[in-house]
Ligand binder design. Structure first.
Ligand code: DMJ
Length: 447
């Protein structure tokens, strides 16, 4: 699958950010701008390397060395460039010790730094790479910065400081954390914050889109610090407790567990596909021993298994065996299914499989490999096309309509977690590596 996905990208769109597997042309999402930054090459490096696809990997390294160019006029997402490019390069440096990758990681991170020049240190969402000029998304509430974006710099910047010995990066991330921590209300964190004042812009909270990886990076920063960053651990524990109280529910008759979305004190009984990652996060919390005595491992594993099951239900209640972008729990006769036309799509996302990967590693219950295998078969059946893999527009409708985009996270994450779930535990052991939010494994330093 990795070979089919990447070799077709290479054949039809080499150097472009992504590709269209049906039109067999280049594609670039607006988060990557219009220049060819080779996002799919860099995002795929570690998966190619781990899958042992040597020729494709060698060609990719060669492209990075000779053709990668960040000195372009594109306006890009600070978050996306950080998790895919800085994260992709850092993981490769940890895996290979090849200095090229550390140099490139630093080169890219340095280009992002002007976005952090705000009164609070909270970065803008978008930056023009050549000029450093920065701004927020037009659609963001109150013109504010987004929690999942500004809260997802810490791991890469911490690791870059560890590897280069330069504190600048970690200091930027620590400054953000302080502002967000000071703003929190009873350990609740909202999705939008003003980068000028450090005040919340709206009282909406979510473990799915707009919030998700902020929570993920609290736990993972603690792990990557060799479990020394106690502030990250305690913020994670308190934030998850507050999130459970305000957003974790079970359906009354079928006991399906879900994290809803908090909107100004009211809970929306819907969950996004993105929020399925949280099952894996709870497993990692237990495996790493993050909880103090207040929160038992048993409690965490119940949530991990409950969310893993609910996300699986969202997959098997569709005609394709693949899960929709969002699903609901308001009506007993329609649980874990989409209700609106604009939330029925599947764009090759990894989060459900990611959750089952962690559950497999911690329980070795065959059911998680079976669920991953069923999803893999559905991907082959409905998403594989002659020119790679495509997202689909409606998981409830067969034959499917393709969206004609192969997202770069498909190789970086979805296929990597599939590779890992069917590999031995020692292959990228969770004792030695922590994954960034784009599934790039960072080697944990023990000193
Ligand atoms: C990825 O880019 C990352 O996992 C991010 O944190 C959220 N969304 C996508 C995949 O769905």
């Amino acid at each position: 699958m990795v070979y089919h996905a990447f070799s077709n990208y290479a054949k039809y769109a080499w150097g472009a950010n992504e590709h269209r597997p049906i039109s067999k042309t280049s594609h670039s999402a607006n988060v990557f701008g219009s220049d060819k930054l080779g996002i799919s090459i860099i995002d795929s490096l570690d998966t190619l390397y781990l899958a042992g696809l040597e020729e494709l990997y060698d060609n990719s390294r060669d492209w990075v060395e000779k053709q990668f160019n960040i000195n372009v006029g594109s306006e890009v997402s600070v978050f996306e460039i950080n998790i895919r490019l800085v994260g992709g390069f850092l993981a490769m440096y940890g895996l290979t010790n090849d200095k090229l990758y550390l140099d490139k990681a630093q080169l890219v991170a340095d280009r992002l730094l002007p976005a952090f020049d705000t009164p609070t240190g909270i970065p803008y969402a978008l930056i023009t790479l050549s000029s450093g000029s920065s701004r927020n998304w037009n659609w963001a509430a109150g013109g504010c910065s987004i929690l999942s974006e500004l809260g997802t710099m810490h791991l890469e910047f911490q690791y870059l400081s560890q590897l280069t010995g330069k504190d600048t990066y970690l200091q930027k991330a620590e400054k953000i954390r302080k502002v967000v921590k000071d703003a929190s209300e009873s350990h609740l964190y909202y999705n939008y914050i003003n980068q000028q004042t450090g005040k919340w812009c709206q009282k909406q909270a979510s473990l799915g889109g707009l919030g998700d990886s902020f929570y993920e990076y609290l736990l993972k920063s603690w792990i990557l610090s060799g479990k020394k960053d106690e502030q990250a651990r305690s913020m994670y524990e308190d934030a998850m407790k507050a999130a459970e109280d305000s957003m974790l529910r079970k359906t009354p008759t079928t006991n399906l567990m879900y994290f809803g979305e908090q909107r100004s004190g009211r809970l929306d009984a819907q969950m996004g596909h993105l929020a399925c990652f949280v099952g894996g996060l709870y497993v990692l919390s237990t495996l790493s021993g993050a909880s103090s005595s207040n929160t038992s491992a048993k409690h965490e594993m119940e949530i991990a298994q409950g969310i893993g099951k609910t996300c699986h239900e969202s997959y098997i209640r569709s005609a394709t065996g693949l899960g929709p972008e969002a699903f609901h729990f308001e009506r007993a006769d329609n649980e874990a299914k989409s209700v609106r036309g604009d939330e029925k799509y599947y764009i090759l996302r990894p989060e459900a499989i990611e959750g089952w990967f962690y559950l497999w590693r911690s329980t070795h219950d065959q059911i998680y490999r079976d669920w991953a295998w069923d999803a893999l078969i559905s991907l082959e059946k409905h998403c594989r096309v002659d020119g790679g893999y495509s997202g689909i527009r409606d998981v409830y409708s067969v034959p499917v309509a393709h969206d004609d985009v192969q997202q770069s996270f498909f190789i970086a994450e979805t296929l990597k977690y599939l590779l890992l779930i069917f590999s031995d535990d020692s292959f990228i052991s969770l004792d030695s590596y922590v994954f960034n939010t784009e599934a790039h494994p960072f080697r944990i330093r023990t000193v």
